[in-house]
Design a protein around this ligand. Sequence first.
Ligand code: TYD
Ligand code: MG
Length: 454
Amino acid sequence: MAKSKTFVCSSCGASFSKWSGRCEACGEWNTISEEVPLSSGPASKSLGARRGSAVKLTDLSTQEAPPPRAASGLDELDRVLGGGLVPASAILVGGDPGIGKSTLLLQAAAAFARKGLKTVYVSGEEASAQVRMRAQRLELADAPVRLAAETNLRDILTTLEAEKPQLVIIDSIQTMWADNVDSAPGSVTQVRATAHELTTFAKRHGVSVVMVGHVTKEGQIAGPRVVEHMVDTVLYFEGERGHQFRILRAVKNRFGPADEIGVFEMTGTGLAEVVNPSALFLSERGQPTPGSVVFAGIEGTRPVLVELQALVAPSPHSQPRRAVVGWDNARLSMILAVLEARCGIPFAGLDVYLNVAGGLKISEPAADLAVAAALLSAREDVAIPAETVVFGEISLSGALRPAPQTENRLKEARKLGFTAAIVPAGGKIGSGGGLQLTRPADLTGFVGDIFGAG
Ligand code: TYD
Ligand code: MG
């Protein structure tokens, strides 16, 4: 039988029987190329197969405490990991090239090594001397981290078996290659195979393995998404280029809450932890201006206050512009549509820009009301009082829904000197955190509350 060809998307890993210009699974263009499939493995009754055994769940000893997590002492990192590094876990750290992944992981390696964890940093992109130079720049040159510059997976695993480290950092997974796989480093097949080997190694030897994955826009190089399902924890390092803030976000974590974030600030000597992100995200705020609203959000387990900025202006284009940074484009269209349909406030013929200050990306529906407030404030050219926070979800009917963890949000606002909040009516909010509350029942009421009856 002729071997059929397989085509794989380098962005999401979906496979197809024929080539096309656009991936049907993830919608990316020019990401599909031909790949050699992984061998299908031995048939069911092949000779030499080992017979495994299954254990009853109730037979497992419950006396045994879970293995202790190792803390790095970098609180922002430890929190995102769910309280520290779990032994025998595989962790993927994705992010755009140049965002600071190598810097972050070298700092993490140094921190764990200083806590007594035997740590090896394998770089496939830089020579050991270059990594050492980076370590010097970051003032980490004295940390007991072992460095290796290697890309051949077989060599790496052989070395690691002898070294017996507790933590291994692989920078990056796209530069690694397994010599038993017949395709180029960085291809979907190769990236999957090496990630699988490394994950298996982590489980078998009780080592924590951190793999770096570049987010790529090119068709030939596989992105980190193709290995997300194999690992225990997926972290993304994100931030706007040109901004000094960087956010490490857990998008999947078998050992802790997902959606947890750690906030860092870029400095000349590496990444510094930001202990109070709200204060940082709000630090650039000046006098109250139309279009500016403070949203009290929850990121993971922590309340985070952030400024939303909107600009609404008559459009010179026949098709008005809608541009969003840090929030969902479709969600913005929805809010505009609800404002128009339920409150009779049209945005036709107006350009609308929305920006989340500080480079944070918000995905909570609770930001709806703050977005609506920013849009209306910009459109009407009326500033919302600076000491007010806003949050709540808007439904298509124009009804408002209370946000989860309302009390936590209010407490954080209070702590940062806010005195008033606009939140949907309903839901339990206890004492209201000592803030002066305005509680509209629906969007029309909300518009009336902030801009008077007119
Ligand atoms: P790098 O860690 O090499 O990014 P990545 O591994 O994601 O491609 O960082 C990119 C550049 O930014 C590098 O020249 C170092 C510089 N940088 C700083 O100067 N300070 C910092 O805090 C960080 C994170 C990076
Ligand atoms: Mg790098």
